[in-house]
Design a protein around this ligand. Structure first.
Ligand code: NAP
Ligand code: FER
Length: 338
């Protein structure tokens, strides 16, 4: 008897902040496996800010979702059936399977994850794409030196919380901003030297000066907007600005017009550099090994916000733009091993 699969499709291109009505839950049957295929029971679905951009009309059809497509994104699961000679039942795997409960795969783009290293959920968080973003963005683009001050916006999220801890491991003074008192308290528990709730801030330069009295040497920017404008006024000579994300703009209907502060980069001989985690694909193992070691040593911890049930995936995704998550936001479809 065929298994029933539930999937979430894009029902309409979101305008501004996505709404739950932009998504539709559909029921299909899992197709019978062909030779060279395996069947994955999805355990965790990752919701990530970059997915918002893929929901807009794209210049190409290659990456962007169309209305009626299953929303794609990273997921982790367990193989429950296989007609593939390299993949066996019981293996835990990662793939770009998106918002559904089961996936049929031929192994393309699939990575194995060894659950004896850490729980499977970490394959989508601290040991997955967001953690690698923090690792390579901070170390390769930011190049922090011991004793320097690192400031991180969006600090309590999946990327920011890992970047901050790695900066501490590098011997830096670390400060960050996040959107609630609870998140500020969380940042203190993971070693941030200073943190503030940006939602209560009226005078940004003053808040930054209090958090970073010696100025800012490395700025790891997840957010953009007026906070980033203010950071430009607080950077030290030869500062490095790591442009990781600009979530403040992802739902904007028109590009925002900000103050023009690039002069500060000239005056401070500073460097601002954007990057995409994918450019470091050939070095992912290096990053995972280093972070797994720090986790085993108790120097790197991680936090997850998990909701249960495929039907709650749109809400979890929208929650990213409302600050509902602390650490990595995940949807649990089925407990691994369950
Ligand atoms: P995340 O930080 O776990 O979740 C998003 C967080 O952003 C929310 O919890 C919210 O926290 C904050 N936020 C949402 N709207 C905001 C706004 N208008 N102003 C300020 N803060 C806002 O997400 P993540 O996966 O770690 O990603 C963080 C950033 O890194 C995103 O910009 C993402 O696009 C970027 N990223 C880049 C790459 C790359 O390759 N360059 C890879 C992964 C992620 P608050 O409560 O603090 O508002
Ligand atoms: C992200 C924001 C943007 C991200 C990727 C992108 C993986 C990619 C943008 C592009 O390819 O144009 O958070 O995370």
């Amino acid at each position: 008897m065929a298994l029933t699969n539930r999937q979430i499709q894009l029902a309409a291109r979101p305008k501004g902040l996505p709404r739950e009505s932009d998504f539709a839950l559909v029921t299909t049957e899992v197709p019978a496996l062909q030779d060279g295929q395996f069947l994955v029971r999805i355990n965790y679905i990752s919701v990530d800010p970059y997915m918002r951009g893929l929901m807009n009309e794209g210049r190409s059809y290659a990456n962007h979702f169309n209305v009626g497509d299953v929303v794609l994104g990273g997921a982790a699961g367990t193989i429950i059936g296989s007609r593939h000679r390299d993949y066996a039942v019981g293996e835990t795997v990662l793939g770009f399977w998106g918002w559904q409960e089961y996936a049929v795969s031929d192994g393309g783009g699939v990575h194995r994850f060894d659950p004896s290293i850490a729980p499977l959920s970490t394959s989508l968080g601290v040991l997955g794409m967001p953690g690698l973003t923090a690792y390579f963005g901070l170390l390769d683009i930011g190049r922090p030196r011991a004793g320097e001050t690192v400031f991180i916006s969006g600090a309590a999220g999946a990327v920011g919380s890992v970047a901050g801890q790695i900066a501490k491991i590098m011997g830096c003074r670390v400060a960050g901003s996040a959107g609630s008192a609870e998140k500020v308290a969380f940042l203190k528990t993971i070693g941030f030297d200073a943190a503030f709730n940006y939602k209560g801030v009226t005078e940004y330069p003053a808040a930054l000066q209090e958090a970073c009295p010696a100025g800012i040497d490395v700025y790891f920017d997840n957010v953009g907007g007026v906070l980033t404008d203010a950071v430009f006024t607080q950077i030290n000579p030869e500062a490095r600005i790591v442009l990781c994300g600009q979530i403040d703009q992802y739902n904007a209907l028109t590009p925002p017009q900000g103050p023009r502060l690039l002069w500060h980069l000239i005056a401070k001989r500073a460097r601002a550099e954007g990057f995409l985690v994918f450019q470091f694909a050939s070095r992912y193992e290096e990053g995972q090994r280093a972070m797994a070691r720090w986790m085993a040593e108790g120097r790197l911890t991680w936090r997850e916000t998990i909701v249960d049930g495929l039907e709650n995936t749109p809400k979890a995704f929208i929650g990213l733009f409302k600050g509902e998550n602390v650490g990595k936001s995940l949807v649990r479809i089925a407990e691994p091993g369950g």
